[in-house]
Ligand binder design. Structure first.
Ligand code: PAF
Length: 282
C-alpha cells in the first residue's frame, strides 16, 4: 500500500494502472476510520482491481468551525487498518493541494439537499459535492463506495453523478455497520464519554423498536413514538426525525404513500451530533 499526498503522483500511478485495463474503486473518507469504513473498503477490494481510499478532512463541508477543529485526525492508525483490508493507495492531500484557490462552485440538488441535514447544516452538502466531485475528477474511478448511514449524502451524490456523469462512474451504497449493541458506527463516537456512549444507544434502540411499532400504528403515530422516546431520554436532544421517501427524501404522510420509506434522525448527545436511519419499507 502506498501513501500519496499529491494529485500528480496519484494520477501518474492510476494512469499506468488504467492503461493496463485495471478497474479502480474509490472510497472517500475523512479518516478516523472504523469498521464501517473497513466494510466499504473490503467491498471495493472485492469488486475492483485497485482501491484508492481518500483520507481528507474537507473544510468546506463544515458549517460549524468547532466541529471541524474537533474532528479526529488519525492518519497513522488509518493506514494500518487500510493496509490490512487491502487498499492499494491512501490519498491524504493537504488542504492547499485540494483547494489551491477557494472553491466557488455551487451545487444545488433541491429538493434533495434542502430538507433534513440541508436545513440544519446550511452549505454542508455544497461542500460535500465540491470535494466528492474533485475526488471523482482526480481519481476517475470505475466505482465509488459510500455508506448508507449518511443516507441523504448518498442520495445527493447519486443525483450529482446522474447529472454530471463522471465517465459512467457507478455509485455503490453500503449498509450501515453497527456495534453489537446497535449503535451505528461513526467517527464521532470516539468523542462520547462512557456515560454518553450508553445514552447514545437509545437512538438505535428507539429506531429498532419503531419498526415493530409501525406494524400496528400509523406513520404519524410512529413519528410521535420516536420523537417522544428521544426527547425524554436522558442526555439526548432531538434535532429532527423525519419519515421520508427513500428516493425523493420528501416526507410521507401514510405508509401507503411509498414502497421505499426510511426514517432519518439526528440527535445531539452532549456536544456530539449523531445521525442514524432505519428502513420501514423497501
Ligand atoms: O461521508 C464522509 O465521510 C464525507 O462527507 C465524504 C463523503 C468523505 C466527503 O468529505
Amino acid at each position: 500500500m502506498k501513501l500519496v499526498q499529491t494529485i500528480k503522483e496519484l494520477q501518474s500511478e492510476l494512469d499506468a494502472l488504467r492503461s493496463e485495463g485495471k478497474t479502480i474503486g474509490l472510497v472517500p473518507t475523512m479518516g478516523a476510520l472504523h469498521a464501517g469504513h473497513a466494510s466499504l473498503v473490503k467491498r471495493a477490494v472485492a469488486e475492483n482491481d485497485v482501491v484508492v481510499v481518500s483520507d481528507f478532512v474537507n473544510p468546506t463541508q463544515f458549517n460549524d468551525k468547532n466541529d471541524l477543529a474537533k474532528y479526529p485526525r488519525t492518519l497513522d492508525a488509518d493506514c494500518e487498518l487500510l493496509e490490512k483490508v487491502g487498499a492499494a493507495f491512501v490519498f491524504a492531500p493537504s488542504v492547499e493541494e485540494i483547494y489551491p484557490e477557494p472553491d466557488t462552485r455551487q451545487f444545488s440538488y433541491a429538493p434533495l439537499d434542502t430538507v433534513m441535514e440541508g436545513r440544519f447544516r446550511p452549505g454542508h452538502f455544497n461542500g460535500v459535492c465540491q470535494i466528492v466531485s474533485k475526488l471523482f475528477m482526480i481519481v476517475n474511478p470505475t466505482r465509488a463506495y459510500f455508506g448508507e448511514k449518511d443516507f441523504q449524502q448518498l442520495a445527493i451524490i447519486r443525483e450529482m453523478v446522474k447529472q454530471i456523469g463522471f465517465n459512467g462512474l457507478e455509485i455503490v451504497g453500503c449498509p450501515i455497520v453497527r456495534e453489537a449493541d446497535g449503535l451505528a458506527l461513526s467517527s464521532r463516537n470516539a468523542r462520547l464519554s462512557d456515560e454518553q456512549r450508553i445514552q447514545a444507544l437509545q437512538i438505535s434502540k428507539t429506531l429498532f423498536a419503531s419498526v415493530e411499532y409501525a406494524q400496528t400504528h400509523t406513520l404519524a403515530e410512529t413519528k410521535a413514538f420516536v420523537e417522544s422516546a428521544i426527547s425524554t431520554a436522558e442526555g439526548l436532544r432531538l434535532e429532527y426525525f423525519e419519515i421520508v421517501d427513500g428516493s425523493s427524501l420528501q416526507t410521507v404522510c401514510d405508509w401507503k404513500d411509498g414502497s421505499y420509506i426510511v426514517g432519518c434522525i439526528t440527535v445531539f448527545c452532549g456536544e456530539v451530533r449523531l445521525i442514524d436511519n432505519i428502513k420501514y419499507k423497501e
